[in-house]
Design a protein around this ligand. Structure first.
Ligand SMILES: [Zn+2]
Length: 411
């Protein structure tokens, strides 16, 4: 490479997944321009990764920023999913744009500093909260664009078909810049009609879909087959995802195989939300509660696009969370009995395959790809994933977006 090469960023001594010696990564105009050992050239910014693992910025496909950080206002509602929905519903009327913005920003900043660079925020719209949470989300999207691509998914958490005002709010948000649409048929008086209307809205506005679905452990009924059927009928294959789908944890092997084939055929992605699903499911079974988390790694083996994501942080749905997607993947692996031979697959579920689920273009560390990079305090993949490594710094489109110096002992 000639000496005249000039770059915006040269990140030296990066260890990449797959591990072929240390590499330099050169970035120009937000894209990766070259990868190789000892690259020559000049750069506006040169950083040394010091042999640490470098990953593409992580992808959180499912989070509720609008209702994060509510623990100071309501403790555990004690009633599982229904209690959590009721607790937040009781607070929502008092949400202001500024309040949602401040709580969302707190969670967003934590996630950024944990290495997340793409995020799908699910935002509730209904007559209680109107468009206030949506407005806060559009401001967050603009104000934090330097560090993260925030995609806004509006959805009716508390039913839609009982009140025409809900659909009007969803349509208004889509007209005003919401990126995609969600549904929540299990809380609707008429689940099938909600699915029909949500698909019609998505087609009319040409947006992707992401449903909250099948969030219990009763295997006797499911909305998943209807979602797959409607996806194919609308020609929306590859554009529909569902979150939770915890019934998949309660069905037998043959039913899981059948459902896997159906999802793969319809191009419907599935997101497991282990922190919330573990916390809320199986409460009627005391200390013998089942895990209640969809086995998405088995779906992935059958060709389904899957992700593991955060869902809720510090609220009645999940009174835990620091925004770390590596921690979430680690939790998933732990509860699914997955060892180091599958750590790479689990990392994919918060990066590569999560990016596929969100249809993010040019994702990944390759020449021509988006220069979204994080440096982890770890030597390799197993160390990073098993040890829940801390990100030391990140570069969004080649520009440094956060630093998080490693802790040091003072002897
Ligand atoms: Zn959710």
């Amino acid at each position: 490479m000639p000496q005249t090469n000039s770059f915006d960023l040269l990140l030296r001594n990066a260890r990449l997944r797959g591990g072929q010696g240390l590499q330099d990564i050169a970035v120009r105009q937000g894209r990766i321009a070259a990868i190789g050992p000892d690259l020559t050239g000049t750069a506006a910014l040169e950083e040394d990764a010091g042999g640490c693992l470098v990953l593409p910025g992580l992808v959180d496909t499912h989070i509720h920023l609008d209702k994060s950080c509510l623990l100071c206002r309501c403790r555990d509602a004690g009633g599982g999913l229904k209690g959590a929905i009721a607790a937040v519903s009781g607070l929502k009327r008092a949400f202001t744009v500024e309040d949602v913005y401040q709580r969302g920003a707190r969670t967003l900043e934590r996630a950024i500093m944990q290495g997340t660079m793409h995020m799908r925020a699910h935002v509730e719209l209904d007559p209680l909260v109107g468009l206030r949470s949506f407005e806060a989300m559009t401001r967050l999207k603009r104000d934090y664009a330097f560090a993260i691509d925030l995609s806004i998914c509006v959805f009716p958490q508390e039913g839609m078909t009982h009140d025409p005002a809900v659909e009007r709010l969803l349509a208004q948000a889509l007209a005003e810049g919401a990126d995609l649409l969600g549904g929540c048929p299990y809380t609707d008086a008429d689940p099938s009609l909600q699915m029909e209307r949500i698909f019609a809205l998505a087609v009319a506005h040409d947006v992707d879909l992401d449903f909250h679905l099948d969030f219990d452990l009763d295997p006797s009924w499911s909305h998943l087959e209807e979602i797959c059927r409607r996806t194919v009928a609308a020609g929306w294959q590859g554009r529909v995802a569902v979150g939770h789908a915890t019934k998949l944890a309660a069905i037998d092997d043959a039913a899981l195989d059948r459902m896997t084939a159906l999802l793969a055929e319809a191009g419907v992605g599935v997101t497991a939300l282990p922190a919330t699903d573990l916390y809320l499911n199986g409460r009627d079974q005391g200390h013998r509660a089942p895990r209640g988390v969809a086995p998405v790694h088995l779906l992935a083996d059958g060709g389904v696009t899957v992700s593991v994501a955060t869902n809720n942080v510090l609220n009645p749905f999940t009174p835990f969370g620091d925004g770390s997607l590596i921690r979430m993947g680690n939790l998933y692996a732990n509860l699914m009995h997955l060892g180091p031979e599958r750590f790479g697959d689990c990392l994919d579920m918060v990066s590569t395959t999560a990016a596929r689920l969100m249809r993010i273009a040019d994702y990944g560390i390759a020449v021509g790809g988006q220069a979204d990079l994080i440096v982890l305090d770890a030597d390799d993949e197993a160390d990073a994933f098993g040890g829940i490594a801390t990100p030391l710094m990140g570069f969004k489109r080649g520009r440094k977006s956060f630093v998080r110096p490693a802790a040091t002992l003072v002897r």
